[in-house]
Design a binder for this molecule. Structure first.
Ligand code: CP
Length: 359
């Protein structure tokens, strides 16, 4: 039984397989509509969330499954003092898979050691957020067309930003990645992560304090929110919260095809005027989160292979339908008439992909 607690729990090949499955889900939504019929996801969220919890919920529903859980620990027996270990033992009797967000770092690992069903870390403290990393990787793949050979700048709160920690780890296994860390001294990437991820993997890494000094070099700009809820010193937060604000004028020197990512929520670190810029990919990134979580749920429930095998041997429908495209090969040569259902459920010719009217 597999869980996903840290992005490195999956090999590079397994990570790519989840992304490939997500891409197949995007292309053939109808094919997966019943993949999780009769299965239940439990979302155990001890900390606020909009995207992660609701995208997990939407993902399971789009796979035909159901969702139970809580979005506020106060409404569960956790408020009476129940431990994570006991909670997940109980939930194991009710569900097939758990997605857990917790303010305590390591809570999802504890859960995975006591649950008898797979556990997904949906974010634990400032530690890790592996499903955001899968979302980010899918977005990079779709926006840039590749997962290798680019320069990425991480800007903002690199100390507390768990999405940054997990994404840098995942990128350390790709080739040709250059990392630029853009943060004030107080919010630098923790030294142990820089050493263990960047230095030990020989990733060219530059640390700067000003975005303007490096923006022209970047293929991807990964903006982050200053994580108010993690600060012990409120005055320090107030001093740092407006340190980086991305505005249209700052983008003038950036590459015309640079991709702007942000795990969201944003506060003020990207001005609303930037949303209109075609390089702003952060709302597309959100939608990718649902698809990649569909792929992850299927993978951890062991349902992916069946679908990928089916994908490898595309089954065409043979029938009395007729392709109406005069320049399609099927109308000039003696070939089998073959059709398939598109992601919208429409009948299309296998050769020219033209729409075929149904009888
Ligand atoms: N990106 C992200 O984790 O958003 P939520 O906190 O809304 O889930």
């Amino acid at each position: 039984m597999r869980s996903l607690i840290d992005i490195m729990d999956f090999s590079k090949e397994e990570t790519h397989a989840v992304i490939d499955l997500a891409l197949d889900i995007i292309a053939h939504r109808w094919k997966y509509a019943h993949a999780c019929d009769g299965r239940k996801l439990a979302t155990l969220f001890y900390e606020p969330s909009t995207r992660t919890r609701l995208s997990f919920t939407a993902a399971m529903m789009e796979l035909g499954g159901n969702v139970i859980g809580f979005s506020d620990a106060k409404s569960s027996s956790v408020s009476k003092g129940e431990t994570v270990a006991d909670t997940v033992r109980v939930i194991s009797a009710f569900a097939d898979i758990i997605a857990m967000r917790h303010f305590k770092e390591g809570a999802p690992l504890v859960a995975s050691q006591y649950a008898s069903i797979p556990v997904i870390n949906a974010g634990d403290g400032s530690h890790a957020h592996p499903t955001q990393t899968l979302t980010d990787l899918l977005t990079i793949r779709r926006e840039l067309g590749r997962l290798d050979n680019f320069t990425i700048g991480f800007c903002g709160d690199l100390k507390f930003g768990r999405t940054v920690h997990s994404l840098i780890k995942a990128l350390s296994r790709q080739t040709g990645i250059n990392v630029v860390l853009i943060a004030p001294d107080e919010l630098r990437l923790p030294a142990h992560l820089k050493k263990e991820i960047c230095e030990e993997n020989n990733i060219p890494t530059k640390e700067v304090t000003e975005l303007e000094d490096v923006i022209a070099d970047l293929d991807i700009l990964y903006m982050t929110r200053v994580q108010e809820e993690r600060f012990l010193d409120r005055d320090e937060f107030l001093r740092l919260r407006d340190r980086f604000i991305l505005t249209p004028d700052k983008l003038e020197n950036a590459k015309k095809d640079m991709v702007i990512l942000h795990p969201l929520p944003r506060i003020n670190e990207i001005s609303r005027q930037v949303d209109k810029d075609p390089r702003a990919a952060y709302f597309r990134q959100v939608e990718n989160g649902k698809f990649v979580r569909m792929a992850l749920i299927m993978t951890l429930l062991g349902l992916n292979e069946k679908y990928l095998e089916e994908e490898n041997k595309t089954e065409y429908l043979t029938s009395e339908y007729k392709c109406s495209n005069p320049v399609c090969i099927c109308n000039s040569e003696d070939v089998d008439k073959q059709f398939y259902r598109s992601s919208e459920g429409l009948l299309r010719c296998a050769y020219c992909e033209g729409l075929v009217p149904e009888k």
